[in-house]
Design a protein around this ligand. Structure first.
Ligand SMILES: [Zn+2]
Length: 193
């Protein structure tokens, strides 16, 4: 589970000047005036801003590959994946540890992870899944300040081919396709209450 999420590789994909970009905010949502200096906090704030200013929810959420939103947590596709279907469950609140979440947040994190497990199984039929947390840089967290739970479908003899493909132009199309398939599966799967 080391270094499963590595935003710095995004520079290879886009060739973008990252010094001028806000973390987590794509061009389509660039109208948001703030900057929270956190990829997850920026992502949510920019999506909410766009929706408040008239962008259809579906379009705003697709721009950052948000799959599902609950009361305390959201589910989002990893834009820098090693595997197709690699997604993350993230609390809205900027908190670095599992013990630091409220019981309500921790509860929804787990319920949404169960949902992630179900839709990954339904869409990809993997042989197995990695579900887990890397807490702190030493444990391999790409963004240590804001907890995120990884859900990664795995196959026997899985060769992590995405780590090679991630630097090619095929990646955005693959992400769009993954987002559409998982979103459709989530439309049929209700978060347990
Ligand atoms: Zn944050």
């Amino acid at each position: 589970m080391d270094h499963l999420w590595t935003p710095w590789r995004y520079a290879y994909v886009t060739g973008a000047d990252n010094s001028r970009r806000k973390l987590g905010v794509p061009e389509a949502l660039a109208g948001w005036p703030g900057d929270k200096h956190c990829v997850f906090c920026n992502m949510i704030a920019a999506v909410d801003y766009a929706i408040e200013h008239g962008m259809p929810r579906e379009q705003a959420e697709e721009a950052v590959y948000i799959l599902e939103r609950g009361k305390s947590c959201f589910m989002v596709l990893n834009a820098f994946p090693y595997n197709s279907g690699h997604l993350m469950v993230v609390p809205y609140r900027h908190e670095q540890s599992l013990a630091g979440l409220t019981l309500e947040e921790a509860d929804e994190l787990l319920r949404m992870t169960r949902q992630a497990e179900r839709v990954l199984q339904a869409v990809y039929q993997p042989h197995g899944q990695n579900l887990g947390l890397n807490l702190g840089k030493a444990a391999g967290a790409g963004v240590a300040e804001h907890l995120h739970l990884h859900a990664v479908p795995r196959w026997i003899a899985d060769n992590n081919y995405m780590s090679v493909l991630a630097e090619t132009r095929v990646l955005p199309e693959m992400l769009d396709e993954s987002w559409r398939r998982l979103r459709a599966a989530l439309a049929l799967d209700t978060l347990e209450q």
